[in-house]
Design a protein. Sequence first.
Length: 230
Amino acid sequence: MALLLLVRHGHSTANADAVLAGWTEGVGLTERGRGDVGRLAERLADVEVARLVTSPLQRCRETAGLLLPGRTAEVVEDLGECRYGAWTGRPIAELTKDPLWRTVQDDPASARFPDSDRYAAESLSEMAERTVAAIRRIDDEVTAERGPDAVWVAVSHGDPIKAVLADAVGAGLAGLQRVHVDPASVSVIRRTGSRPMVLATNSSGEAIGSGLARPATVPPGDATVGGGTG
């Protein structure tokens, strides 16, 4: 089957402020984020991309535009961020004190985010189901149209990408928090026969030491909901 490059959006204003952006409007890339995506674009310069798809959210659309200048990215609603409901826009440091945080960490398959009058809410299971289904559908389309050696790019968010990777290695949603993806990183998956193969994860081209620091707002061993701060 075709080769999928899963790209997380670049460092955003919400990452810088250590808040859970979710579907908040107006969250764009920082200068750091634009620079990181520019370097990733250089790494992909020689890759012939058959199809470019993106989450509808601004930070992903900006990333897609910088990644492949001159290309029009197809917006796919189901590649959007998890709908965090009442958690949307709140500081990560505050969310770590919410009892739901432990469910998200230890039993993500049973975690559902609280309802909100302003923002839609869903469970991590619902997020994973729609994202994985969208990835499989597009992969089938690219393979049918361009053949098994085609390469396509999907720009999305931390938790949706983690869900796709956890599914690809057979861990399911129980393995969600065992995966980490940084802003402006790329992960590579190829579906072979009846199962996917993960060829690379969280590749950003940065020095090893850059990924070793843990945000002070997040307890040791826990994954940052939404995928990262700082």
